[in-house]
Design a protein around this ligand. Structure first.
Ligand code: HEC
Length: 119
């Protein structure tokens, strides 16, 4: 049974990795995040990688990565109608995100967590 130790060396770290990935600090729910963004027409002005009227979300993630209050900051951005500067220089209130049921911060946080995880 010389196969067993070799199997263990490879398989145990793999299994541990899989378990950690599903742990309680689970990653954001990407499907829910994308669905919420689609329902809100976020992709009219944003793309993951491309600059449109709004910055690409990967760029936003880079800007906020490692900053302690980034989630809170972006939840405020999405729920308060802050002034947003467009590439042509004009400013208008940023879209306020709609959730169902309304004002469901958990859904907004999930979208923000997913956005911040992009790379
Ligand atoms: C009408 C166009 C438009 C729509 C629709 C829109 N955005 Fe934006 N968004 C912008 C612009 C323009 C900026 C840049 C604001 C600035 O830098 O002043 C921006 C900035 C952002 C930022 C970065 C904020 C920061 O602090 O750097 C995030 C995150 C964001 N939008 C997410 C979203 C999400 C999520 C949605 C959908 C609910 C959405 N946007 C819908 C135009 C839009």
């Amino acid at each position: 049974m010389k196969v067993v130790p070799a199997f263990s060396v490879v398989a145990i770290p793999l299994m541990t990795g899989a378990l950690l990935a599903c742990g309680p600090a689970a990653a954001a729910d990407e499907d829910a995040a994308r669905a919420l963004a689609r329902e809100n027409n976020c992709f009219k002005c944003h793309a993951l990688k491309k600059e449109k009227d709004g910055p690409s979300w990967i760029k936003v993630a880079e800007k906020y990565r490692g900053k302690p209050d980034s989630q809170e900051r972006l939840v405020t951005h999405l729920t308060s109608g802050e002034m947003a500067k467009f590439p042509d220089g004009h400013e208008e209130k940023h879209k306020i995100i709609q959730t169902d049921p309304s004002n469901d911060t958990a859904q907004v946080k999930n979208l923000v967590d997913w956005l911040l995880s992009l790379q």
